[in-house]
Each structure stands twice: as C-alpha cells, then as structure tokens.
Ligand binder design. Structure first.
Ligand SMILES: Cc1cc2nc3c(=O)[nH]c(=O)nc-3n(C[C@H](O)[C@H](O)[C@H](O)COP(=O)(O)O)c2cc1C
Length: 201
C-alpha cells in the first residue's frame, strides 16, 4: 500500500548529508503554512509560566529560515501575552508520522499588537480566521455557559482590536528522521556563527 502523503513535495528516503536535513526542515515548515494535511501546520508551542512549563497547539502562519522566525496569531486578551513578556523563552515542536520527521526549535517569543506587523498579518487573514477574534470575553476568560460564547455573525473587522501576532525567533533547529535502517538526528545552531552537528538519535 502506498502511504498517504501529507506533503506536496518529495522528501529524501534517507539523510547522510547534514545540509539536506536543514533543506528538508525548510521545505516541511514552509509547506506547512498553507498545507493543513501535515501535522506541522499546528505545532506545539511551549513556554515557561513562573515555574511551570505550558504548552499549546497553534497554527503556523509563516516560516522564514533566512531570518529564522515563525509567525503565530493569537487573541491579545489571552494570558499568554503577559506570560511571554515576563519570560520569552519558548520551544516549538512538531512531528508528522507520515513524513516520520520531528522538528524541534528553541528560541524566544515577542508579541505584537496594533502595529504594522499585526496590520499586515490581519490583512492577509481569511474572514474565517478573523471571526475568532470577535468572541466575547477573550481566551481563558472563566465562563458558566459556553453556548453564550459561540461565534456570532457581526462585523468581523471589529476583531482586529483583539488580534495579536507572536513572532518566535529561533537559534536552534533539531531534525530527527526515524527510519528502521538508521535514525538520523541533526542539530543546527545559530549563535555567533552557524554550526551543524550530528547527534546520536
Ligand atoms: C488545531 C488547533 C489550532 C489552534 N490554533 C491556535 C492559534 O493559532 N492561536 C492560539 O492562540 N490558539 C490556538 N489554539 C488553541 C490553543 O491550543 C490554546 O488552547 C489556547 O490558545 C488557549 O491556551 P493558553 O491558555 O495556553 O493560552 C489551537 C488549538 C488547536 C487544537
């Protein structure tokens, strides 16, 4: 049986060239922005709240390897906005069982509100996405009856006042490919200089 494809391109069958692992990670994450079939479209974003680790799934809206950032959208009223201001350290993790690839990134999150970054992102959003930001109360607000908070038709542009953009800038990207004949794990880091290193999987 031919396995179901979750990507719109062909990936190498195995990795013996470390540069190829970064090229593949770039292909997977760039494709994942528009391609909801790959699980990399909705990676897990973890950060630190006081002494706790908190994780949430978010839709990947942009991936840029050259400038090393990812873009996510969220509700400005969400408590994570304050949390990222207090501690910007974050990690993004994704795995797609069809691609058999895990990608783990480490970096920091900066939130944007009512500036050119949010304006461009809002203008590039679909009406379906924009509608979520008109919800009453805002993300994480404590409620008694969820029915009262279902999304209603109204002026979707009003949601812009609740719209925030999260820019995750990364300085490390770890690629893991699982294959029975030999797993491959590669770490790419950007500190003073770029470096890459194979790791025991
Ligand atoms: C498939 C999926 C996609 C999601 N996309 C987003 C998103 O793009 N932005 C966002 O803020 N929350 C998104 N969420 C909801 C978050 O995972 C989370 O529940 C919400 O942001 C509130 O979490 P918090 O209390 O950790 O901030 C998504 C959840 C799922 C299951």
């Amino acid at each position: 049986m031919i396995p179901a494809k979750s990507s719109n391109y062909d990936l190498p069958d195995s990795y013996d060239n470390i540069e190829q692992t970064l090229i593949t990670a770039d292909q997977i994450l760039s494709d994942a922005v528009e391609n909801a079939k790959t699980l990399f479209h909705s990676p897990t974003v973890s950060s630190i709240e006081d002494s706790k680790i908190v994780s949430r799934v978010m839709v990947l809206r942009e991936f840029n390897l050259k400038d090393r950032f990812m873009r996510f959208h969220t509700d400005y009223r969400s408590p994570k906005i304050k949390q990222y201001k207090k501690n910007s350290t974050a990690s993004v993790l994704g795995y797609d069982p069809i691609l058999k690839v895990q990608i783990k990134l480490q970096g920091t999150i900066e939130s944007h509100y009512h500036n050119s970054v949010t304006r461009n992102a809002w203008d590039g959003s679909t009406n379906r996405s924009k509608k979520c930001y008109s919800v009453r109360g805002g993300s994480s607000f404590k409620i008694d009856n969820p029915n009262k908070y279902d999304l209603k038709d109204g002026n979707i542009e009003d949601g812009y006042m609740n719209f925030a953009v999260l820019i995750f800038t990364f300085n490390s990207l770890e690629f893991l490919h699982l294959k029975s004949s030999g797993h491959r794990r590669a770490l790419h880091t950007w500190n003073d200089n770029y470096a890459s290193q194979w790791l025991v999987p």
